[in-house]
Write a protein that binds this ligand. Structure first.
Ligand code: ATP
Ligand code: MG
Length: 428
């Protein structure tokens, strides 16, 4: 026997029930929310120049240093399967001169992302995110609007009890001064830190707040806090964001230790978690990235955005698959039935009458066909007769059991008479 082939480690197939849940989340819940808020859909390529992520996400991050799927193409260019969506959206903003449009420009996306991490529950190598980015304004109301959208999306998806933590990373000289002070503090405690954190004191000292290592956590409990040293202007910005969240009835906790895995964040930073998810508790998160567009070669442009994991939203919501569409008619074929006539009726029901209709395709006995019709939840059964002198076709209303027999397969209005019976059957 040939070797069994399986989906690659950390990936999964989306089967119809789950696909229906995803479509519902995106088309019925997220799409209308974004449209109402003036967000337009954007789709960027699945792969990009590696340099985009190296620059836009940051060399010191886990994503860039160890999680990217990078390959060299036939033109000897280094390409990377996108691990996140913000850098590509900013690249597109610059490439298409969107700074000339009325600002802010609001964009949302949804699709697969790739990170070579250790697969476990809620953590995959190909996963799906839904995300929103708003570029061209640093108004705190834009931060609040963005966060409220994420909160409403989780509500709409049925994620109850999600926790929102929010902080501010500040900006400018205060942030640089804080970073220097934190490095000094970390160096003074270097022997108590995990190797990983100790090795990255210079590169990315903030990540020490994120460490799972006990010794590091003990050191960080007394570390200076960024939120206490941000500028008055950044503090005012942050307070305004909080006031607007209060006005929107969005509950949050201010967290002075919040850091996230991407280098580009400034000012507002937030994360949604759910205790229904076990170790991988992050449902979504984001923040402001006022320096990113410029770093990618565009004009100085502030921005704010977030991304949420679709698998984690669905897991936290424990949503049930929406009911599959019940066909209005199931066309059964008796022995010797006029198959061409049956097929023509099938298409007519779908294309002229706009009905969901199915036809027997597995050569089952009449009893088997009846069973199949009820299994798919058909409302009526159209039986094409075998021309044994009884009737040409019969329409049985599967709700009431009533059966009408029709003759005259050659008559011009024959299909319409069947369709009329089928339509009557749906109304019951
Ligand atoms: P985590 O802390 O779980 O590693 P993260 O901080 O790396 O998450 P982001 O880069 O902010 O996550 O991505 C936003 C969201 O995308 C996360 O909150 C999570 O819901 C989802 N996500 C991230 N990585 C994965 C993954 N490997 N598998 C499934 N979902 C993921
Ligand atoms: Mg991660």
């Amino acid at each position: 026997m040939a070797e069994k082939l399986q989906a690659p480690r950390g990936t999964f197939d989306v089967l119809p029930d789950n696909a229906a849940l995803r479509t519902q989340l995106i088309d019925q819940i997220a799409g209308p929310l974004f449209a109402q808020a003036g967000y337009g859909r954007i789709d960027t390529p699945i792969f990009e120049d590696t340099a985009l992520f190296a620059r836009g996400v940051g060399e010191s991050t886990d994503i860039v240093s160890k999680e990217m799927y990078t390959f060299t193409d036939q033109g000897d260019r280094s390409q990377t399967l996108r691990p996140e969506g913000t850098a590509p959206v900013c690249r597109a903003y610059v490439e298409h001169g969107m700074h000339k449009l009325p600002q802010p420009v609001k964009l949302w996306y949804e699709g697969p992302f790739f990170r070579q991490e250790a697969p476990q529950a809620g953590r995959y190598r190909q996963f799906f995110q839904i995300g929103a980015e708003a570029l061209g304004s640093d108004d705190p109301a834009l931060d609040a609007e963005s966060i409220v959208l994420a909160a409403r999306l989780l509500d709409g998806a049925g994620v109850t009890g999600a926790r929102l933590r929010i902080g501010s990373l500040g900006s400018g000289p205060e942030r640089a001064a804080y970073s220097a002070a934190l490095k000094t503090y970390l160096r003074a405690h270097e022997s108590e830190l995990s190797h990983d954190v100790a090795a990255r004191i210079d590169l990315n000292p903030l990540r020490a707040f994120d460490a799972k290592h006990e010794g590091t956590q003990a050191v960080m409990a007394n570390a200076p806090r960024l939120l206490e040293s941000i500028s008055a202007e950044d503090r005012e910005h942050f307070d305004e964001v909080l006031a607007l969240l209060d006005a929107a009835n969005v509950e949050y906790e201010v967290d002075t230790t919040l850091v996230r895995g991407l280098d580009y964040y400034t000012r507002t930073l937030f994360e949604f978690t759910s205790d229904k998810l076990g170790a991988q508790s992050g449902v979504g998160g984001g923040g402001r990235y006022d320096g990113l567009v410029e770093m990618l070669g565009g004009p100085a442009t502030p921005g704010i955005g977030w991304a949420a994991g679709i698998e984690r939203i669905l897991a936290a919501a424990e949503a049930e698959a929406p009911q599959a569409q019940h066909p209005a008619a199931y066309i059964a074929l008796d022995e010797g039935a006029d198959r061409a006539a049956a097929f023509a009726l099938l298409l007519k029901l779908r294309e002229v009458h706009g009905l969901a209709a199915q036809i027997e395709l597995a050569g089952r006995s009449m009893k088997g066909q009846l069973k199949a019709a009820s299994r798919v939840g058909a409302k009526s059964l159209v039986i094409f007769g075998g021309g044994r002198g009884q009737y040409d076709a019969a329409v049985k209303n599967l709700t009431t059991g009533e059966q009408i027999e029709l003759d005259g397969l050659t008559a011009g209005d024959y299909y319409d008479r069947i369709a009329e019976r089928v339509l009557a059957g749906i109304k019951v």
